[in-house]
Design a protein around this ligand. Structure first.
Ligand SMILES: [Zn+2]
Ligand SMILES: [Zn+2]
Length: 224
């Protein structure tokens, strides 16, 4: 990442962290003192590097993992009642990732896709979610990025392993069911450094090692 990419990328993440929203391209241009056309080019480069995700029309930031600009299935709220920030969690994994990146105890609200039950669970850097919760990954790691928003949309939390299994069967099978505690464990090293001043994108090998360490082996988890 070169310095101009770095400046835009860091401002995107800082705005998400502090305000729960994505800055617009015009705002990024103004705040970084860069022309609008250069800002659009830099955003395109960051999107190509998977550092941010742009909208389908390429005119705005859609996600900067673990943050989402648009409403998704998870609401992440600080457990500290005096902290009035809110974030959309793109998926079960990203919701834990927001807590990891911010070093924050959070409450996560979502609904089980199978039975519709409202799920509200606490999690934090040292606080795992309830053991009975399950997460379904809809498609293998090699297929995540061509439509990563759709991938995140489908990585959901279920009230039990049984409900995740029933949902998977009804949706063609082929998903991977993991305990939410494993996904929480994975989210810590995957996202913990995302807001660090000296953050460096992880290599594929590094991330493969993180998956391995959480027991996520085999062809399903082979990163592209
Ligand atoms: Zn359920
Ligand atoms: Zn996600």
């Amino acid at each position: 990442m070169n310095p101009e990419q770095r400046r835009v990328r860091d401002l995107v993440y800082a705005t998400f962290a502090e305000q729960g929203r994505a800055p617009s391209p015009a705002e990024l241009a103004r705040r970084t003192g860069t022309s609008r056309s250069d800002t659009d080019r830099i955003l395109g480069e960051l999107a190509d590097a998977h550092a941010v995700v742009l909208t389908r029309d390429g005119d705005a930031i859609r996600m900067a993992h673990p943050f989402s600009a648009d409403p998704m299935a998870f609401v992440v709220t600080p457990r500290d009642g005096f902290d009035d920030r809110r974030w959309w969690g793109g998926c079960a994994w990203d919701s834990f990732g927001i807590s990891a990146a911010l070093g924050l105890e959070v409450q996560i609200d979502t609904a089980c896709p199978y039975c519709g039950t409202h799920l509200s669970y606490a999690a934090g850097p040292a606080t795992p979610p309830p053991a009975e919760l399950a997460v379904r990954f809809p498609r293998p790691a090699a297929q995540w990025w061509p439509d990563v928003v759709a991938t995140c949309t489908m990585i959901r939390t279920f009230c039990t392993h049984e409900h995740a299994a029933s949902w998977d069967t009804e949706h063609g099978g082929g998903g991977y069911l993991a305990p939410a505690t494993s996904v929480w464990q994975l989210a810590q090293p995957w996202y913990r450094d995302r807001l660090d001043r000296d953050f460096r994108p992880h290599t594929r090998e590094h991330n493969q090692g993180l998956l391995d360490a959480c027991g996520l082996h085999g062809s399903f988890w082979q990163l592209p």
